[in-house]
Design a protein around this ligand. Structure first.
Ligand code: C5P
Length: 234
């Protein structure tokens, strides 16, 4: 599955020596599931950059840092001792995979993500995932900041109503009951923070391929991305 003639990892300017597929989009757009499946299809590595922000938020909270204090959180982000081992996410040796999925941690992640020093502290950590044979990276600024040299840049979106419905269903299936209106309001607040922040706001770049998945199922989106990348690789 590896592309011919590629080796090495990302340069400090974000240029990539391995094929990268960047998938950006708002909360609950399905990009995590889709990115993981595209990665599995090509045998590529997978970066869930939101998990990195979530881990940083959790670590800051556990360290007793004030999450509105940019330099305190950036200090924690710089020193993060995290290891991804299959399904496990080890923070200081302890599996936090379930903890970082909590809504409260997602919210805290989106609060610390507005800070330039925090984003800077997490940048190289994300670029280090660009290893042969290739990478599928999902997030908000994969195409615009972290991997501007990505071969394929997908901007995956869906209406807020549709995304809230999907999240609502997922939570119900897990036996977690929430009010739909609260979920929708929370998602809209997170969208507003992500799209309106000064640094690395969520938005398509000039060469993004914008895909609205409101009326598409996951398999259809995955195969559309796979086909597009195959066409690009020739
Ligand atoms: O994607 P996920 O919901 O796990 O991300 C959690 C939060 O981290 C997002 O709401 C967003 O504010 C932030 N984030 C970011 N840049 C990324 C990935 C996530 O700002 N590349």
């Amino acid at each position: 599955m590896s592309a011919a003639g590629v080796s090495g990892s990302a340069g400090s300017d974000g240029s990539v020596a391995v094929p990268v597929i960047a998938i950006d989009g708002p909360t609950a757009s399905g990009k995590g599931t889709i990115a993981a499946r595209v990665a599995a299809h090509f045998g590529f590595h997978y970066l869930d950059s939101g998990a990195i922000y979530r881990i940083a938020a959790l670590a800051a909270m556990r360290a007793g840092a004030d999450i509105s204090d940019e330099s305190a959180v950036a200090g924690v982000a710089q020193r993060l001792a995290v290891v991804f081992a299959g399904e496990q996410v080890l923070l200081d040796g302890q599996d936090v995979a379930a903890d970082i999925r909590q809504e409260a941690i997602g919210n805290a992640a989106s609060r610390i993500a507005v800070f330039p020093l925090v984003r800077q502290a997490l940048l190289e950590r994300q670029r280090a995932f660009a290893q042969p044979p290739g990478l599928v990276a999902d997030g908000r600024d994969m195409a615009s900041v972290v991997f501007p040299g990505a071969q394929l840049k997908v901007f995956l979106t869906a209406s807020a109503q549709e995304r809230a419905q999907r999240r609502f269903k997922q939570l119900l299936e897990k036996g977690i009951s929430v009010k739909f209106e609260d979920l929708l309001a929370d998602l809209q607040a997170r969208d507003a923070r992500d799209t309106q922040r000064a640094v690395a706001p969520l938005k398509p770049v000039a060469d993004s391929w914008v895909l609205d998945s409101s009326s598409l199922d996951i398999a259809t989106v995955v195969s559309a991305i796979v086909q597009r990348f195959e066409a690009l690789r020739g």
